[in-house]
Design a protein around this ligand. Structure first.
Ligand code: PEP
Ligand code: MN
Length: 345
């Protein structure tokens, strides 16, 4: 149950709601306040509490705008929750995630200062505002390159700052969340960790925006429930979903891209949805066409892998675009966006 407060409601009024709720029904186990960009909401959590009785008790208290019941299992991620503006800022750079299609690009893994600097320079010169790159890499084989760790985070932060970009990077375990959040503007939760609930909650507790990738065999409902694990720990809801293909019997591509999932998600959630064609295709020659499809389908963002020299990449070289290929693709997408009236950057 969610109590939506009036815009002008004071902190005292919010506190009174929490107090009355807990005192009225012992089955309320927890309450949380989420600061929306327009108004705050108080979330009452627990099982088996008497909704009608509570609604009666709370609806006339000072500062209450309305009370909503969300029937889906996920709550804050639900479309019924309403929309909250999601804008990520750092210095002069700001990126709005709802409504637009925004580009994030960079290498799969941060490998060296030279590699990340060259990447950031080339991408920023095109107008890309979000630099991606992993310092902790979830590799199928324990013998493959695992990432540079904090050293990687440092050099990528430096590159992002030098070229006025936001930086998105993966946290693989709870023990690294606070370190990653020191350097990143957006914490990425990888596909393999979509249901690592302790990690989701730890990422939410940092109050940094989180990009949550869909698990290899996760349904969209499971994705939204995972998002709620993060959202219910954040003061302000800031989760971006990312689709990147799921595992099926098909072997033509690395993963099967459920491109139409955006249609289902649009009905279920207000959260921005990104699209990652690189991990879906596994091949660089499909990345441009898939990105065009994502733009036309109305995804809120596209995240692609690039590398100054993909042949030498320590991770995912086959699906990484060269910086020249990226430039061509980006200009093509800008042209396409003007033709279809999309807001792309
Ligand atoms: C990534 O984007 O760096 C990555 C590892 O992707 P995924 O978790 O989707 O496999
Ligand atoms: Mn990769």
């Amino acid at each position: 149950m969610i109590v939506v407060m009036k815009k002008e409601a004071s902190e005292g009024m919010v506190a009174a709601i929490r107090k009355v709720a807990v005192e009225s029904d012992k089955k309320i186990e927890d309450t949380r306040v989420v600061e929306g960009d327009k108004q705050s909401t108080v979330h009452l959590m627990g099982t088996g509490f008497d909704k009608d009785y509570l609604e009666n008790r709370l609806s006339n208290l000072e500062g209450v705008d309305k009370i909503i019941h969300i029937s889906s299992k996920y709550k804050i991620a639900s479309r019924d929750f309403g929309e909250s503006k999601m804008e990520v800022k750092r210095g002069e750079t700001s990126v709005l995630f709802n409504g637009n299609t925004v580009m994030a690009a960079g290498p799969c893994a941060i490998e060296s200062e030279d590699q990340i600097m060259r990447s950031a320079e080339a991408l920023a010169s095109q107008g890309v505002k979000i630099l991606r790159g992993g310092a902790f890499k979830p590799r199928s084989s324990p013998y493959d390159f695992q990432g540079l760790g904090e050293k990687g985070l440092k050099i990528a932060r430096k590159a992002a700052d030098e070229f006025g970009m936001l930086f998105v990077t993966e946290a693989m375990s709870t023990e690294h969340v606070s370190m990653v959040s020191e350097y990143a503007d957006i914490i990425q939760i990888g596909t393999r960790n979509m249901q690592n609930f302790f990690l989701l909650m730890a990422a939410g507790e940092t109050n940094k925006p989180v990009m949550l990738k869909r698990g290899l065999s996760a349904t969209t409902d499971e994705l939204l429930l995972a998002a709620d694990y993060i959202l219910c720990k954040q003061d302000k809801p800031q989760v971006i979903l990312c689709l990147r293909g799921i595992r099926t019997f098909e072997s033509d591509t690395r993963n099967t891209l459920d491109i139409g999932a955006i249609l289902a998600l649009r009905e279920k959630t207000w959260l921005p949805v990104f699209f990652d064609p690189s991990h879906a295709a596994g091949k660089r020659d499909q990345v441009e066409s898939l990105s065009q499809m994502a733009l036309v389908a109305g995804y809120n963002g596209i995240m692609v892998e690039t590398h100054p020299y993909p042949g030498e990449a320590l991770c995912d070289g086959k699906q990484s675009l060269t910086l020249d290929e990226f430039k061509q693709m980006y200009q093509g997408l800008s042209y396409l966006s003007r033709r279809i009236g999309a807001n792309f950057s």
